[in-house]
Write a protein that binds this ligand. Structure first.
Ligand code: ZN
Length: 324
């Protein structure tokens, strides 16, 4: 559906059954050209995007840029399809995420299963298999840092670099609509299923950049916040989503610090911390959410280590986390 003049939201399914989620892609269309923001998983483009374009009389040849908002498979797994469907289009990513998008082994080590080697917490085998099965990527061939403008004809949009969920997360600012096309740059207090139930914790990964991203969006004061998994927020709902996202970070940070202090100089491990924290926060199903919670928890751990309050002892495996 067209959520604002020239902004099309294309809703696609992600997974099946009770835990199925939804992933929204956006097409920003102008008089001369258009930008597809995200390409979903392998098969999303032919199954959902091309039929949407046909139904709304939008010419696939007008798509000149396909943006991979960040290095998660539900956002870049359909890049090979995009390359085929939109032959004139350049594939856009931020340099911090481009390597993970271009090469699956790099993705797997850095994003798909990033906590096993050091912290002793492996992603579920079924999730790792799913990541592989839904990904047919293509290397980005246009890198942007944020601040670049793209003219669509009749209006101009601007790339925004909004790190936190990943280091190279991109968004698009459509000033004419006061709309920020956000994908996963801000993640609320839980990532929802398609029916709106909590599926797993907000997977921000870099605490300080994430809080700065939230503050930047607050200063930008968008009327419309178009997300990948939460739908579209407008007006006061934008303000409360940002506030809820920020509050979660402060709450988890405090709970984590309390748990680490209790661990004392003897230390604790990531799997132990997750086992203690996960039952106490959020309403998401606990059985399958340990690795999702590891993203923000490791983010906070690294932040505390950077500030000299925690030692990550890598001499043992899994790494011991010692409060200083
Ligand atoms: Zn996502």
């Amino acid at each position: 559906m067209e959520i604002a003049p020239g902004i099309h939201r294309i809703t696609t399914p992600l997974g099946e059954g009770e835990s199925a989620r939804r992933c929204d892609l956006y097409l920003l269309a102008g008089q001369d050209r258009s930008i597809l923001f995200d390409s979903g998983i392998d098969g999303t483009i032919p199954r959902y995007v091309l039929p949407y374009l046909a139904e709304h009389n939008l010419d696939p040849a007008s798509v000149e840029l396909v943006v991979a908002s960040h290095c998660d498979v539900d956002h870049f797994g359909g890049l090979a399809d995009s390359q085929q469907a939109f032959k004139r289009a350049q594939l856009v990513a931020h340099p911090a995420d481009a390597g993970l998008i271009a090469d699956f082994a790099t993705y797997k080590a850095g994003r798909g299963n990033p906590f096993e080697a050091i912290y002793g917490l492996a992603e579920l085998p079924a999730t790792q298999e799913w990541q592989r099965a839904v990904t047919r990527s293509a290397p980005p061939n246009k890198l942007v840092l944020g601040g670049e403008q793209a003219s669509l004809g009749g209006r101009t949009v601007e790339f925004q670099h909004l790190p936190g969920h990943t280091l190279g997360h991109l968004a698009l600012w459509d000033a004419a609509n006061a709309a920020l096309i956000l994908a996963d740059a801000v993640l609320g207090a839980a990532v929802p299923t398609a029916s709106g139930e909590p599926a797993f914790p907000p997977t921000y990964r870099h605490v300080v950049p994430y809080l700065e991203t939230i503050a930047r969006i607050q200063a930008l004061r968008p009327d419309i916040l178009a997300t990948a998994h939460y739908g579209v927020y407008e007006g006061s709902a934008v303000v409360s989503f940002l506030a809820e996202s920020q509050a979660f970070v402060l709450d988890l940070g405090w709970r984590l610090e309390t748990a680490l202090r209790a661990g004392g100089p003897g230390g604790t491990t990531l799997p132990e911390l997750i086992a203690e924290l996960n039952p106490r926060i959020g309403d998401w199903p606990k059985a399958q959410s340990a690795t999702a919670l590891a993203f923000p928890v490791v983010g906070h751990i690294e932040d505390l280590a950077t500030k000299g309050r925690l030692l990550i002892d890598l001499a043992v495996q899994p790494a011991q986390l010692k409060w200083l």
